[in-house]
Ligand binder design. Structure first.
Ligand code: HEC
Length: 134
């Protein structure tokens, strides 16, 4: 139940943010993915980005997140990985590389508008990842 209600809250944030200067949507998720994630995870999400040649730890195949989770896309888990709460090791804990772009905590310190924008970005990205599932 918690899972579903959290997603509804997240969607609420996107809807609330849609009227603002930075409208969010699938295209936004794709653009964010290509800008911040594809270097490692590859443009298809399969884990074959250019940076992997010099990386010690290989990123997982992001097109298999649902398949690895009994066929259900682990939306909340993915949101938490992106916003840093899960602390995936290769992302250096709370993804310091991205600073406040995807950090809910950092956004909290900057006021409501920023929180809305950050949540919108995270959800756009998570929904884009969901669309990559095979
Ligand atoms: C510097 C390279 C790098 C970048 C950039 C990067 N990742 Fe990752 N990511 C990894 C690696 C490596 C792993 C495997 C992590 C581990 O087990 O420590 C991973 C794991 C993940 C996982 C968990 C995969 C699974 O199978 O459970 C998700 C989801 C994820 N990344 C999403 C993203 C998103 C979204 C972005 C962009 C905002 C991003 N990553 C940017 C390297 C990267």
């Amino acid at each position: 139940m918690l899972k579903t209600s959290s997603i509804f809250i997240a969607i609420g944030f996107v809807v609330a943010g849609a009227g603002g200067a930075q409208a969010q949507g699938p295209d936004v998720g794709e653009a964010l993915y290509n800008q911040y994630c594809a270097t490692c995870h590859g443009s298809s999400g399969a884990g074959d980005g250019p940076l992997t040649e010099i990386m010690m730890e290989q990123p997982g195949d992001l097109t298999q997140l649902a398949a690895n989770n009994d066929g259900e896309f682990p939306m909340l888990q993915v949101i938490h990985i992106i916003d840093g709460r899960t602390g995936v090791r290769a992302h250096g804990g709370p993804m310091p590389t991205y600073g406040a772009i995807f950090s809910a905590e950092a956004a909290d310190q900057m006021g409501y508008g920023s929180v809305v924008e950050v949540r919108g970005r995270i959800l756009s990205l998570a929904m884009y990842l969901e669309s990559l599932q095979k």
